[in-house]
Design a protein around this ligand. Sequence first.
Ligand code: ADP
Length: 307
Amino acid sequence: MKRIYFIGECMLELKAKDESTMAQSFAGDVYNSAVYLKRAFPQILSGMVTVIGQNTISHRMSQRFLQEQLNTDFVFEHETKSPGVYLIETDAQGERTFTFWRNDSAARQLMQFFDDGMVNQLSTADMVFFSGVALAVIVPESRELFWQRITQLKQAGVTVVFDPNFRASLWPDKKLAKQQFEQAILLADWVLPGVEDFTALYGIESAQQVMDFCTTRGAQEVVVKNGPASVLTYSNGTKTEHSITPVTKVVDTTSAGDAFNGGYLGARLSGLTLEQAVKIGAVAAGTVIQYPGAIIPKAIFDQAMAS
Ligand code: ADP
């Protein structure tokens, strides 16, 4: 069985239903990808590497991981901390705003649990995935250890995959984000960036330039996502442009890139070609953006993937 582990944070998502009720859900970039990968490719082990707490909401979160058939061998429980929370609000014009409470979330303490024994267990996996969100969230004093662990996994032959997913509000300044991203891109075997991340950080606006940024730093496989525009890939020295069928009824683009990553990585782990994997990633993302929320109902997703 192929095994991929997603390193990062999952949060409680709250959204007002009416004046006195909040709808609750769970989301977070790596969690979203883990879920969509598992739904599209049930035969692959898709695991979360994160920290929750010991309170009721933490237990409900781990129950949700299990409902989504995710592996929880590396979901740790912090004694005193609990998961981050975010609130989605929509104004009269339909614009959404997000408010986060994650400064002291359990997931920030991941490196307390990431010991040598865990490195040994993860060393037999096929892939580990982390994003710029995980890099920002892990407490700064454990970043060095994070890099050490990822390097050990890479040396053990695990394919390391990185998606920058730049979130300005999570970084004290752009300089640190750039330095960390460049370290990640140098280390990662595969990079799955969105053009927007590079526009915000480097002023780079073309998919081609994003691709060059990653390949000149040694990435072996690169997939540049650019909303409804073509996806650009690089593998074995070959660059290819793949056109996307634009979705006309876009409802909520939250987790488009995450769904793409889940579909793409699941397909690649299943031995499918780059072309097939881009198609599957694009169908996954194109479906998710037609419904509200990061995680759409399983039945709707499954039906779209089957067609
Ligand atoms: P992110 O969520 O990282 O900002 P993008 O906006 O670049 O991601 O989109 C990721 C993927 O989602 C794209 O590569 C594409 O497959 C799909 N996608 C995004 N917007 C559209 C759209 N309007 N129509 C069809 N597919 C889309």
